[in-house]
Design a binder for this molecule. Structure first.
Ligand code: GDP
Length: 571
């Protein structure tokens, strides 16, 4: 959709133009702080290395400020942040419609208040959501690490004794795993569940969360303290501590299961991973939610966006419709509330954006995720049918201009328009091929297409800090696009579309290496898909199609058995 279009999605372009004007002005006369920072930079970094890092070109090396010596690091970061920041005259809502509050230290987490400079949203959070977030912040502070309440709750786990009375401070503790996109979806799901059940959210401290995200809650930490009394990494499918096993083994059953007054265990492990079994899935039933209410600690392992199934639990209906009158904005609002990339990552994002993308009239993000086993990728990849799919989707849907067969075939001499393609992929081959095609031939309408790809990591390496930082930076860069093409099934793409508030064109997964027909389709909403959603009707006690129960939870476009939230009023 072009600038000024009915959806208003192109409304980012004027902001980008203003940023660009300012950047150009800044280049002519760099501010004093930035000049000083550059001087420090040149003194401290070997010039050859610097040249390599700052080389202009379609796929530049990444510069993470963390790579520089610590002394330079601080000055350069501050200087460049200032230089990259649009002037105060540019109006933007730094608190994202009230999702955020003032009072955090800006220097230690620039992205928190700068995000809105690069993202415009038409979705306004409800006053009730804002009120609940403030209440949640107070609860996080009252019950969080270091407080008397936390110590006493941790002590309950140590003692192993059953609980007879309800406490003020109850906890959801999320064991983090999987790739970056999955992590963002699982944290958001756990946070919504915490909001709905008046619990505080704590997350696994050992999975680089502190390296990639700033703390979201004021005056407290969301990282579980290192002296947490359980070896939770061992919890898995079938662990005796799991709710599913307790039900299956009749540890919780009969009267005790039904009775709210009965004693509760100090903690329950909820195995909500993709491989979960029938009894684990009963978590999504009303009766089971009632039972779990009095358990002080719920320890969740999931790799999924389980929000759509929360919308199907009757006791949460009213609260959810007050929190999200526009139903398909759950990830959009909660993701922008929770996730603030740390300075190293944010620096890379805005530097790349300003250098390569800001000048364009339109940015088209193309997220390319190829699901093949490593051996097949090594033997047979890259795959021409995926390249064909990308080009067909982007040209058929008029996101990119068609390429003229010969120079003569071009109908327009040239129109001064530039489209920047931001491609993200583990492989560089696809964007190299797209770039080659657009640089060798003219486009039918004379538009210039430039193709950029920030990194190509070849393989997923989820335990590598730098790798995760690049992945997160790319999710944020994709979220700065005007239009987005994503690969079906991929949570990496879901996270980008949700942060942006863009309904993407989803490229369907190919079978037997054949280009699918149709190649892609417009998503129904900006929400992620819950891949392994249960299909059990808790009341009728039989399997049913849960994509047909309420009009705002439907099957996903890319995963036919999955569930996603759509906004009824927008269909
Ligand atoms: P999903 O597997 O596609 O659902 O997405 P996840 O983000 O959960 O996991 C994939 C992981 O592979 C990412 O977190 C990255 O570590 C890596 N990865 C996949 N695609 C890309 C990409 O385009 N760029 C980068 N930098 N990493 C990627």
């Amino acid at each position: 959709m072009e600038r000024g279009s009915a959806t208003g999605e192109g409304a980012r372009a004027p902001l980008r133009k203003r940023l660009e004007r300012q950047r150009t002005a800044g280049e002519k006369s760099p501010p004093g702080g930035f000049r000083a920072a550059l001087a420090v930079c040149f003194l401290l970094v070997p010039p050859v290395l610097l040249l390599q890092r700052w080389q202009a070109g379609p796929a530049p090396a990444w510069l993470f400020a963390a790579d520089l010596p610590p002394e330079a690091n601080r000055d350069i970061k501050d200087g460049v942040f200032d230089d990259l920041s649009p002037s105060a005259q540019i109006e933007y809502d730094r608190l994202l419609g009230g999702l955020l509050i003032e009072g955090f230290d800006e220097r230690s987490c620039r992205s928190r208040y700068q995000f809105a400079r690069y993202h415009k949203s038409e979705r306004i959070p409800s006053p009730y959501l804002i009120e609940r977030l403030r209440r949640q912040e107070a609860l996080q502070k009252k019950c969080g690490p270091g407080t008397k309440s936390y110590r006493s709750a941790a002590e309950q786990i140590r003692s192993g004794q059953s609980i007879n009375s309800t406490k003020d401070c109850n906890y959801v503790f999320l064991i983090i795993h999987a790739g970056l996109g999955n992590r963002m979806l699982e944290i958001t799901s756990a946070f919504l569940y915490a909001l709905l059940t008046d619990r505080i959210l704590l997350v696994d401290r050992y999975k680089e969360i502190g390296d990639i995200f700033c703390e979201p809650f004021p005056g407290t930490s969301w990282l579980i303290p290192s002296d947490f009394p359980l070896s939770y990494d061992e919890f898995t499918l079938g662990s005796p501590e799991s709710y599913g096993s307790m039900l299956q083994n009749n540890v919780i059953s009969g009267n005790m299961y039904r009775s709210l007054a009965s004693a509760k265990p100090p903690y329950v492990y909820l195995h909500l991973d993709g491989n979960y079994g029938f009894h684990d899935k009963l978590f999504y039933c009303e009766d089971d939610q009632q039972f779990l209410k009095g358990v002080p600690w719920l320890i969740i392992r999931t790799d999924m966006y389980f929000v759509p199934s929360l919308f199907l639990i009757p006791s949460y209906h009213e609260e959810l419709s007050k929190l999200f009158p526009e139903k398909d904005t759950v990830f959009h609002h909660l993701g922008r509330y929770l996730f603030h990339p740390t300075n190293d990552i944010w620096y890379s994002v805005i530097k790349y954006y300003r250098t390569y993308l800001a000048k364009a009239d339109k940015i088209v993000g193309i997220q390319i995720r190829v699901y093949e086993k490593k051996g097949i990728l090594q033997r047979n990849g890259p795959f021409p049918h995926i390249l064909e799919q990308i080009l067909s989707c982007s040209q058929n849907e008029k996101l990119l201009p068609e390429i003229a067969g010969t120079d003569k075939a071009a109908t327009t001499a040239g129109n001064n328009r530039t489209v920047a393609v931001l491609a993200t992929s583990l492989s560089s081959w696809y964007s190299d091929e797209i770039r080659k095609r657009y640089s060798k031939h003219r486009t039918v309408d004379g538009t210039t297409v430039k193709v950029y790809q920030p990194s190509h990591e070849e393989y997923q390496k989820s335990r590598n800090r730098k790798h995760n930082m690049k992945a997160l930076a790319e999710i944020y860069l994709l979220s700065m696009s005007d239009e987005l093409i994503t690969s079906g099934f991929s949570t990496f793409g879901y996270a980008a579309q949700g942060l942006a508030g863009l309904t993407p064109w989803i490229m369907y997964r190919s079978v037997n290496h054949v280009v699918p027909d149709p190649v892609c389709g417009r998503a129904m909403s900006i929400e992620p898909c819950f891949h392994q959603a249960p299909f059990y009707d808790c009341k009728a006690k039989r399997d049913t199609d849960l994509g047909k129960v309420v009009p705002y939870v439907k099957h996903c476009e890319d995963v036919s058995w999955g569930l996603k939230i759509v906004n009824r009023t927008r269909l």
